[in-house]
Ligand binder design. Structure first.
Ligand SMILES: Cc1ncc(COP(=O)(O)O)c(C=O)c1O
Length: 387
């Protein structure tokens, strides 16, 4: 549980107060104080006995995704840096999830909120932002997202939150109940409490940066695998060690995959990357949703493909251990897209063969034949081959 200094903590101290900013920070901290941690679900896969699979369920935050953590951190960072004052309009560039969470915190502290998003953003996310009193500016060219958001903030004399730049530094990577610390605390009572791998996708890259830094800081033997999507620059950036890589087509998987290597992506802490085809992402989303008896979002499918590939490798090497990934958000947000056969067909996505391969792997533990671009960080120290 996070602790924080309550206002008026020391009645004998100076009377000086920062007024509205103190109240805004206190409101966000009090919200955190009322919050329970998200569940770490153990996925039961009898065929894979000896390989324990855990899913950190970030869909259960009040605003429905892992971005609840980031939005809280970004608001605290901006308030404590003096960027947001009473009445400051807050503007964000987002594919949707971050904007939903930021709209929630903006309403909490009473500042106007503007989300600049691609026109393809799901209707559910737009409705959620408006529910919290936020305004949505939809644009056609995703590559113009950053410039449009910066320009809008300048016009409004507001603050451009810029998650893609600040995600990695707004989160306290040493602990303070960040997602990595929470995972390791929750694993304490498990048979294999130090996972072989943690798998995560990349949108800003901030969550993977927090996890990778924390692993190093605590000297854990766990490695970090980042699962990228078909239309995204991150994998090429990692492969070539060139941050100027770009991708012309926008990602079909909301929240993950970017046209450029975002500043918050920290490839040096990533041990391995895989580039998952979109049809495989959808297939894994379906397979996992059936196993959990509730729908997960697209980016969770991306994570799950990479996790299954790692589990298959461990099986083939006769290695026991544990694996962790995230349920980033719920599938309820994507009923009209990833769960809609006509939407998939219109984009030429056929998950059926991947679904068959993944289902068969989880039922039999026979090797998963799913070739994807896969690259180990050349600077990574290899892990043990058997345990
Ligand atoms: C649904 C979803 N999954 C995964 C991610 C990736 O997280 P990060 O931005 O920390 O890389 C995002 C980011 O927006 C997201 O919205």
């Amino acid at each position: 549980m996070q602790t924080f200094p309550f206002r008026h903590h020391n009645p004998a101290g100076p009377a000086y107060r920062r007024g509205w900013v103190d109240d805004a920070v206190a409101a966000i901290e009090a919200d955190q104080c009322r919050t329970a941690d998200t569940h770490l679900i153990r996925l039961i896969v009898p065929a894979l006995s000896g390989i324990d699979i855990y899913l950190k369920d970030e869909s259960t935050h009040p605003t429905g995704s892992l971005k609840h953590r980031l939005a809280r951190s970004l608001f605290l960072y901006a308030l404590c840096n003096g960027h947001i004052r009473e009445g400051t309009p807050v503007v964000e560039a987002s594919s949707g999830s971050t904007a939903v969470s930021e709209a929630y915190f903006a309403e909490m502290i009473g500042v106007p909120f503007y989300a600049v998003m691609p026109r393809t953003t799901s209707a559910e996310k737009i409705a959620a932002i408006e529910h919290y009193g936020g305004n949505c500016h939809l644009i056609d060219d995703g590559r113009a997202l950053y410039a449009e958001a910066a320009a809008l903030a300048a016009r409004l004399n507001g603050h451009y939150m810029d998650q893609f730049t600040f995600a990695e530094r707004a989160t306290d990577w040493r602990g303070n109940n960040n997602i990595a610390e929470s995972i390791f605390t929750q694993l304490q009572g498990e048979p294999r409490p130090l996972p072989d791998w943690i798998v995560m996708g990349a949108g800003t890259g901030g969550t993977s940066a927090t996890i990778g830094r924390y692993l190093r800081y605590r000297q854990y033997p766990t490695r970090l695998c980042v699962a990228d999507v078909e239309h995204s620059a991150f994998f090429d950036c990692f492969r070539t060690q060139d941050r100027s890589q770009t991708c012309d087509r926008p990602s079909l998987i909301e929240g993950v995959g970017r046209p450029r290597c975002e500043p918050s992506f920290v490839p040096g802490v990533v041990d391995r990357m895989m580039k998952i085809p979109d049809a495989a992402t959808i297939a894994a989303m379906n397979v996992l949703s059936r196993r959990l008896r509730r729908p997960v979002g697209g980016s969770t499918g991306t994570n799950f493909v990479a996790l299954c590939r790692l589990a298959s490798e461990m099986r083939e090497a006769n290695v026991t251990g544990s694996l962790v990934t995230l349920i980033c958000d719920s599938g309820e947000r994507y009923r009209q897209t990833y769960y809609e056969p006509a939407w998939l067909a219109a984009r030429g996505l056929n998950p059926a063969p991947f679904e068959a391969a993944l289902s068969s792997f989880l039922a039999t533990a026979e090797p998963l034949a799913l070739d994807v671009d896969d690259m180990v960080n050349p600077q990574s120290v290899p892990g043990p081959t058997a345990s």
